[in-house]
Design a protein around this ligand. Structure first.
Ligand code: C2E
Ligand code: CA
Ligand code: CA
Length: 716
């Protein structure tokens, strides 16, 4: 082992440091304990040597003396500083030089007394020419002291060296028996982590790491737990991922998944030059089933239709996804030719129209399909400004939009059919986009005008009011029909300010009629679904009435059934509030929507407007006759007024009047008119009516006015 490595161990490891220090201190202390008696003995030895040397030197001096008494004349020399001598034979006590503190008595022989670091008194027995002497000498012991110090220093340095040696040995063993294996363990753990967290196997390599087996067990246990937790998490993530991308009812991919898929398919198709077709399907009148039979039945229908669609497509190539409630999308890949795709669409229609048996119900529905081809129906311009994935996303969106346009047109074309996207549709989309753009300025620049189509009481001939119908005088495209721009205004949300403007204008114009002396006439204003759901309809109506000062009873709001189907509870509440305020409510286009009687009962409705589609063929189509009669019966039952829209000729008028219909509206009486024309028409009508009534009363008293003879009636 290198010294540096060892040093590192000692420096970094607290335990190694402690071991080294403790060992060092312990060995040092032990040696110290052993050396102290050694020092004492050595001191004794040194004193012994010093004493016998001085004894000899003193004896040599005694030999030069003639008698004992001359001892007191001796001088101190060498290490002997002075002495007191007692002669056993003569009993004399004599001294010379410095006098020691110890008395030279027999009992004190061998006694040593240290006076200071430099001096000591020693008592000894001496054989001399004068017989036995007891000498108490004062000695200079500086030599003994320095020798003793040198000796102690030698002992200490050797003790330190030994302790250091032992410390290094213990450091080496600590390093060898603990740090080295520990480093290997750390290395093993690190390798396990880097290699993807693997359990540590106890093979031969690890045999000498026995004492770490507990650690390995714990580590392995932790890894296993971690792995289990990881698996659980992964499973959870997969479940969440699946749920985020699938419809839980049908297990079909949902809109998110479809969006991802189509963005992947678009570049694939371009690269492999394999076109694909997109079918957008919508179940006709799904809402009706949902509302009429409950959501459970609705779900069952969706489930069954999803199964059928999936069954007829190739599961490994094509994709069937559920986008929304009753909206499915099918992606048919590797399209051979247009005709085969048409065939697929026809098969879909047929498969989806097979009745569904559920809980004793036989549910029969149809679907509408919009088809779009890729790449044929998509504009493939790649501009440098967008990155590739964005470019695919734009194309994916375009193809779905195309299918959606085709679907819408298929629905408009009478449902239960499919339409393939074509250039005419693209033109219509472009036109629609232009309309949306122009609508924004139209309101600001006052390009709208409200027209009024009179309504007449068929039994009395009285003009009771009108329906307000908005007109758009486009600066370059001429007059644009509301059928065209109202849906666009609804989509863009512009219907909210536009609707408010129409209502306000209608209220103001109605008041102007009164000011002109034409009478107290009603006005009916169309309210679109978006105004119910998106706008604060209730306060808006209230505000308009307050601002204009029109009595609520002169205002009627026309709403279609579909407008009130979306959010029935909320809508019903708003309708009741409006009704409480005295505002009339009419159900527009009655008979074309769901005509749910259950709803009708809950609405505070005053008027039903029979859709003009039923009036149109009333003289030819017996079904229409039945429907009109049914609506009239319904009206009577619920105590509602019934307005017949789109009355175009006398025949229709006569029929409706005979059936007991209250009010008529239609070209036969008058087309929608600008305000001034409307005012003029009213004056004409009232004048003529007065004349006829007067003439009739003279001839045959009857309250029934011959409407067809009145002005404005086309056949009149
Ligand atoms: P609607 O509410 O059913 O309005 C009646 C439509 O039938 C009007 O078309 C009217 O001009 C037309 N009509 C009236 N008499 C006859 C007739 O004898 N024969 C035929 N064939 N048609 C007749 P218009 O004005 O083009 O409005 C179309 C639709 O646009 C309206 O249908 C309504 O849904 C919407 N609309 C019109 N004005 C407004 C409005 O101010 N606000 C809202 N939200 N929608 C409006
Ligand atoms: Ca209407
Ligand atoms: Ca209508």
């Amino acid at each position: 082992m290198q010294f540096k490595a060892l040093f590192n161990v000692a420096q970094r490891s607290h335990s190694a440091r402690s071991v080294v220090l403790w060992m060092f201190a312990a060995v040092l202390v032990v040696q110290g304990l052993l050396f102290i008696p050694n020092l004492w003995l050595y001191e004794d030895d040194l004193m012994g040597v010093l004493t016998s040397a001085e004894q000899e030197k003193l004896n040599a001096q005694f030999e030069r003396l003639d008698n004992v008494q001359q001892i007191s004349g001796l001088r101190a020399q060498g290490r002997l500083l002075g002495a007191t001598v007692y002669s056993v034979a003569s009993g004399d006590t004599l001294d010379f030089g410095r006098i020691p503190s110890l008395a030279p008595t027999l009992g004190d022989i061998g006694t040593t007394q240290i006076r200071s670091a430099a001096e000591a008194d020693v008592v000894w027995h001496q054989d001399s020419p004068f017989g036995d002497l007891i000498v108490s000498a004062q000695l200079d012991i500086t030599g003994v002291r320095s020798e003793l110090q040198a000796y102690a220093l030698r002992l200490l340095s050797s003790a330190i060296l030994v302790s250091l040696f032992v410390a290094v040995i213990s450091l080496l063993s600590a390093s060898h028996y603990f740090h080295e294996p520990f480093k290997r363990v750390v290395e093993l753990l690190r390798r396990s982590r880097l290699e993807g967290v693997k359990e540590i196997k106890r093979d031969e390599e690890l045999q000498d790491l026995d004492e770490f087996s507990g650690l390995f067990d714990e580590y392995n246990c932790m890894i296993t737990k971690q792995r289990e937790a990881g698996l659980q998490l992964k499973l959870k993530q997969q479940t969440l991922e699946y749920q985020a991308h699938h419809c839980m009812l049908t297990q079909l991919p949902n809109r998110l998944k479809f969006d991802e898929e189509i963005k992947r398919v678009v570049p694939d198709a371009l690269e492999s030059d394999q076109p694909f077709a997109l079918f957008l399907l919508d179940i006709d009148n799904f809402k009706f089933f949902n509302d009429q039979y409950g959501h459970d039945v609705g779900d069952q229908m969706v489930l069954e239709l999803a199964r059928r669609l999936q069954g007829m497509m190739r599961s490994d190539v094509d994709m069937v996804a559920r986008l929304d409630g009753d909206e499915f999308v099918v992606l048919q890949r590797d399209v051979v030719d247009v005709e085969s795709t048409h065939e697929v669409a026809r098969r879909m229609l047929s498969v989806l129209s097979q009745p569904i048996e559920y809980r004793g119900f036989t549910l029969k529905t149809t679907a509408s399909i919009g088809v779009s081809f890729f790449p044929d129906d998509v504009t493939l311009h790649q501009d440098g400004s967008t990155d590739e994935s964005q470019h695919w996303a734009i194309m994916a969106e375009e193809i779905l939009n195309n299918a959606s346009v085709a679907l819408q047109e298929a629905k408009n074309a009478g449902r239960g059919t499919f339409l393939v996207f074509n250039e005419a549709m693209r033109r219509r989309i472009t036109e629609r986009m232009r309309i949306e753009e122009d609508l924004k300025t139209a309101l600001i620049e006052g390009q709208f005008e409200v027209f009024y189509q009179p309504k007449v009481n068929m039994q009395t001939g009285e003009a009771i009011g009108s329906e307000a119908l908005v007109r758009w005088h486009h600066p370059t495209m001429g007059n644009i029909r509301p059928d065209v721009f109202i849906p666009v205004a609804e989509e863009s949300g512009l219907i909210i300010p536009l609707g408010e403007w129409i209502l306000k204008t209608a209220c103001q114009d109605t008041l102007r009629l009164r000011e002109m002396g034409i009478g107290n006439l009603q006005v009916a204003v169309n309210i679109s679904a978006v105004q119910f759901t998106g706008g604060d309809l209730l306060p808006m109506v209230q505000r308009t009435l307050d601002e204009t000062g029109l009595e609520p009873s002169l205002l009627e709001l026309e709403i279609t059934e579909s407008a009130v189907m979306h959010d029935p509870e909320d809508v019903i509440r708003s309708l009741h509030e409006l009704s409480r305020n005295g505002i009339g409510l009419a159900i527009d286009d009655f008979g074309t929507g769901y005509s749910s009687l259950a709803y009708l009962k809950r609405f505070p409705v005053d008027t039903l407007k029979i859709d003009r589609a039923f009036i149109k063929d009333i003289s030819r189509d017996s079904d229409d006759v039945v429907i009109v009669e049914a609506v009239l019966g319904l009206g009577k039952h619920f105590g509602l007024k019934v307005v017949a829209e789109g009355v175009e000729d006398n025949e229709q008028l006569d029929f409706l009047r005979r059936q007991g219909c209250d009010i008529a509206q239609g070209y036969h009486l008058s087309p929608p008119l600008a305000f001034d024309q409307y005012a003029a028409w009213l004056e004409d009508w009232n004048r003529e009516r007065a004349k006829i009534t007067a003439g009739q009363e003279a001839a045959e008293p009857s309250s029934v006015v011959q409407l067809h003879r009145l002005p404005g009636g086309r056949s009149a």
